[in-house]
Design a protein around this ligand. Structure first.
Ligand code: CP
Length: 336
């Protein structure tokens, strides 16, 4: 069934195709699977001598990062270049935003330079939705992480990593460990795993680092690491998001590591072929032992490589959805 215009989620067009990519919330399993399948085909492009396809030739992609980033910003840039787009990255710390220009005024000026797509990272939850509601309808918005709310391309690259290493989601136990409360990655991963049919999603954290009513995501909650890790196929470790903590949530980093740090010894509780993931940046000796981060079960750097393919998939699908919507609008205008 095609969603009606009034009920249609902001990020889909009248045909149910992606127009923006703001959140995994509400996206059907078929669409998430299409993103994974498309990304799989783009992984092959990354292995070629000439790593380019012409899908976004003539389009302009603008990265606007109001928060620091290494992996997301760089892999979005690479992904856009591999799709043959023209790419500009606005360094917000040296932009006129630092002189008091509002978020929308900054974007209006970039729109006036005929950007077709914005990749936005912002410290405020909901910033990407706000921008998508206010930019002109032909411009696609991709969320590169907004506050504690969502990091949907990280969620999807994590799903691609799990699918490539473990296969069918319907047989898996996945544990997400650490600072769930402040983590947009945890929220995106819980939603994606649920939508893709994972039957056993566990979150493991001290009570102070768990969101209220986290069970609503369809997860099992553990405060004991050993209990939660038992026989899992996938362990996703999270960084302590100290920049988002009000303080007083933890006695100390040392105490956190003692109770929740993933050591080689504790990893033995998971299945022998379990994989270890982390969105980065990792804090060695805080949430993860170096021997685990660099060990044979770690797929942390594979995640970064898969991130390019996922970002290529999302950008090409959103641009295709924008073009379809533009065509539908033109045809509707001709009929009126
Ligand atoms: N995983 C992630 O978002 O990393 P960056 O903050 O370096 O982009």
């Amino acid at each position: 069934m095609t969603p009606t215009a009034s009920k249609r989620p902001l990020q889909l067009n009248d045909q149910g195709q992606l127009r923006h990519f703001l959140s995994i919330d509400g996206l059907p399993r078929e669409l998430l699977t299409e993103i994974l399948d498309t990304a799989d085909s783009f992984l092959e492009v990354g292995a070629r001598a000439v790593k380019k396809v012409p899908l976004l030739r003539g389009k302009t992609v603008c990265n606007v990062f109001f928060e620091n980033s290494t992996r997301t910003r760089t892999t979005f840039e690479l992904a856009a270049q591999r799709l043959s787009a023209d790419v500009i990255t606005l360094n917000v710390s040296t932009s006129s935003a630092s002189k008091g220009e509002s978020l929308l005024d900054t974007l209006r000026n970039l729109e006036a330079m005929a950007a077709d797509m914005f990749v936005v990272r912002h410290g405020d939850s909901g910033a990407a939705h706000f921008i998508a509601e206010h930019v002109c309808p032909d411009v696609a918005i991709i969320n590169g992480g907004d506050g504690r709310h969502a990091h949907p391309t990280q969620g999807m690259l994590d799903m691609l990593t799990i699918r490539r290493h473990k296969g069918d989601f319907s047989q898996l136990s996945v544990a997400i460990v650490g600072d769930i409360l402040h983590s947009r990655v945890a929220r995106s991963n819980m939603l994606a795993l649920k939508a893709l049919g994972c039957p056993d999603i566990r979150v493991i954290a001290p009570k102070t680092l768990l969101p209220v009513c986290v069970e609503q995501y369809g997860v099992r909650v553990f405060t004991d690491l050993a209990e939660g890790l038992r026989d899992v196929d996938v362990v996703i470790m999270l960084r302590l998001q100290k920049e988002r903590m009000a303080g007083g949530l933890l006695p100390s980093e040392g105490e956190f590591y003692r109770l929740y740090g993933l050591t080689q010894q504790r990893l033995l509780l998971a299945k022998p072929d379990a994989i270890v993931m982390h969105p980065g940046p990792i804090n060695r000796g805080v949430e993860i032992e170096s021997a685990v981060a660099d060990g044979v079960q770690s797929v942390i750097l594979n995640q970064v490589t898969y991130g390019i393919a996922i970002r290529m998939a999302v950008m090409s699908m959103a641009m295709s959805g924008q073009n379809t919507q533009r065509q539908l609008n033109l045809e509707a205008g001709e009929q009126n």
